[in-house]
Design a protein around this ligand. Structure first.
Ligand SMILES: [Zn+2]
Length: 125
């Protein structure tokens, strides 16, 4: 069973409020917190204390319960958040500069262009 927030789902690469059917506007920022993040519970509890609508309060508490259960079940997965790609991540790093490579190939677009220019220089000299 999915442990995602039941209020939202993904449709056509957009986040959608399942209850209302509203798509989150593309220009509206979204921030995702995972249960593995050691700071997430502080944020969820603080948010729950500020919410005024009792029904939404209950929904937030339900989410807190799900997060706490996951954290009890997965203590080894808890971590200080960072933005480093995981060691076993599928992200391919450019052979020349180390930036993530988008699409096919061993080098990023700008390093690929530099290699083509270097090859052209070689053939011309
Ligand atoms: Zn590169």
């Amino acid at each position: 069973m999915s442990k995602n927030d039941p209020k939202y789902d993904f449709q056509d690469n957009r986040i959608v409020n399942v209850a209302s059917g509203e798509k989150v506007p593309e220009d509206e920022p979204v921030f995702v917190f995972l249960a593995r993040d050691v700071h997430t519970m502080d944020l969820l509890r603080a948010y729950g204390r500020r919410v005024k609508d009792p029904y939404h309060q209950k929904t937030v508490q339900n989410r807190i319960d799900v997060f706490e259960q996951w954290q009890r079940d997965n203590p080894g997965k808890m971590k200080e958040p960072d933005t480093q790609p995981a060691e076993d991540s599928d992200v391919i790093k450019c052979e020349d500069c180390g930036d993530p490579v988008e699409g096919e190939g061993d080098v990023c677009d700008s390093c690929f262009d530099e290699r083509v220019i270097a090859d052209e220089d070689d053939t011309q000299s």
